[in-house]
Design a protein around this ligand. Structure first.
Ligand code: ADQ
Length: 481
């Protein structure tokens, strides 16, 4: 029986160096949750960067030992590779380009060299561990070259690839000096999955225009094999969000966290007081300044809402070594300060801003308390926060305002959809959300809940694996002919 090998930049666990040696912490991310059943139940392995660089052989052994208990294998990256492959080609070249920020995209030969090298290192680690006919599932934009490296060195493997970010229009891809290598790198896979139909369509168009291959609907025909392209919108661990939200709702207020009691006091301190929530990594793709400007415009247009509504904005620090992220942090600090300075009173902060990660329980409390979720990315592969908010709304009272540029907007048609660059329209959307009748809210939330409950993270992973296994059957038919 074939085994599954998963490859992603980060492992589902992180290793940290502490005073007492190395420690291991599991990651609660969606990917880890979705693949858990495949990863733990079988004798599969997960290959990736453990987040630490061992300084001695003893430390290396310690890391390997800890990872072994989780069926994980490390690819160790030194500082130079982190700078050039991770901060560089992944996050300063591919990330901005694939999110339509062409002006932020850096073209740098040494970034490219390190990126190719790390993709080779991943291939080495996989090949060392892969048995004849194993199945490999590669994830995301840090490993775009890996499928083809594996294909050339190990044609017996079945290779799947899933892209978690948008695949942009050909007009963006064409500006990349290494465009053919990138598209060709992906074509090493038997199946390539995207969040939305548009991303798949953009990829197919790049394949046709850059490499001239024939395409038959969602099959790319290469000389001696075929590559399937398909759409798998990633879901969330619906049951986990729903059950925690139900548990919180059933707890008496004095048993909830101090933060939740504070939120409740804030909401109860005035009739009709409302809370708007936004949660994201601090990233220029997430449209945070546009969101703040829209909130400011809303307060200008609707002075009767002053002291009656606050925007709680949680941003998780991210890629703090990259220049644009530092500039964005400063821009947000100034905007928040300006809004609070202009409109705030002794009793009221219009924007309550946190620059840190929050524990899962607090996250759920915020999701369940917030009257409105305001998610305005300029581009976003999917946006899982939108789905988490909907799943946590067990009382069905809440409104989602969602950017039409988020992949999730394709599935969440009942949300109030906005173009985040249209500040007056987003300000109006805030007003419409705050005044939405209960009946309409319930109808919209129920419809969205039914959809995302059905296609949750487990279904997403199993549908991908099903489609990948189908390519094995197809391949044997092809060879039999
Ligand atoms: P991200 O850009 O990280 O993911 P998203 O899909 O919204 O974006 O996932 C963020 C996750 O982090 C959510 O699960 C959320 O709960 C958590 N999170 C965010 N802020 C937090 C905070 N302050 N404290 C604690 N947790 C927080 C990339 C792509 C997305 C795509 C996913 C999955 O950019 O478009 O949806 O991968 O494919």
């Amino acid at each position: 029986m074939s085994r599954l090998i998963i490859a992603s930049n980060r492992l589902p666990v992180m290793i940290n160096r502490s005073a007492d040696g190395m420690t291991i912490t599991p990651s609660a991310g969606g990917l880890a949750t979705g693949l858990k059943s495949y990863h733990k139940d079988s004798n599969s392995v997960w290959i990736g960067w453990p987040g630490v660089m061992p300084e001695t052989k003893k430390e290396e052994k310690e890391v390997i030992g800890l990872l072994e208990t989780e069926q994980c294998l490390p690819v160790f990256l030194n500082e130079e590779l982190i700078t050039n492959y991770y901060d560089g080609f992944s996050n300063a070249t591919l990330w901005p380009l694939f999110h339509y920020f062409a002006e932020f995209t850096e073209f740098n030969e040494s970034y490219w060299e390190s990126y190719s090298k790390v993709n080779e290192m991943f291939a080495d680690a996989i090949i060392e561990n892969a048995e004849e006919g194993d199945v490999v599932w590669v994830h995301d934009y840090q490993l775009l070259l890996l499928p083809n490296i594996l294909r050339e060195r190990r044609p017996d493997l079945t290779i799947g690839f899933f892209l978690h970010i948008p695949f942009p229009s050909y007009e963006l891809i064409r500006i990349l000096p290494w465009r053919e290598q990138i598209v060709n790198g992906l074509l090493g896979a038997d199946l390539i999955g995207f969040h939305t139909y548009d991303y798949a369509r953009h990829f197919i168009s790049s394949v046709k225009r850059l490499l001239g291959h024939d395409v038959d609907f969602n099959q790319i025909k290469l000389e001696n094999r075929q590559v399937m392209i398909d759409v798998f919108p990633m879901g969330i661990d619906y049951e986990k969000f729903e059950s925690h939200a139900l548990e919180i709702q059933s707890k008496p207020i004095q048993d909830r966290s101090k933060e939740h009691q504070d939120i409740d006091r804030f909401l109860l301190s005035m009739p009709n007081r409302k809370l708007i929530l936004s949660i994201d990594r601090l990233d220029y793709t997430k449209g945070i300044p546009q969101r703040l400007n829209a909130f400011r415009e809303f307060l200008m247009k609707h002075p009767d809402y002053r002291e009656r509504v606050s925007l709680i904005m949680l941003t998780v620090p991210s890629r703090t070594d990259v220049e644009q992220y530092q500039n964005l942090k400063n821009e947000i600090d100034v905007l928040v300060g300006n809004i609070n300075g202009e409109f705030g009173t002794l009793n009221w902060n219009p924007v309550i801003y946190f620059y840190r990660s929050v524990p899962f329980n607090n996250l759920i409390e915020l999701y369940s308390s917030a009257d409105v979720a305001l998610l305005t990315p300029l581009r976003d592969g999917m946006n899982l926060v939108a789905k988490e908010y909907i799943a946590s709304k067990v009382n069905k009272k809440g409104v989602l305002i969602l950017s039409e540029m988020a992949g999730a907007s394709k599935e969440l048609g009942e949300a109030i959809s906005v173009n985040p660059n249209n500040i007056p329209d987003t300000a109006d959307a805030i007003y419409r959300a705050l005044t939405k009748p209960d009946k309409e809210m319930e109808k919209a939330i129920t419809a969205m809940q039914q959809r995302i409950k059905r296609y949750d993270i487990h279904k997403w992973a199993s549908e991908f694996m099903k489609a990948l296994n189908k390519t094995i059957e197809k391949r044997s038919e092809h060879h039999a002919r």
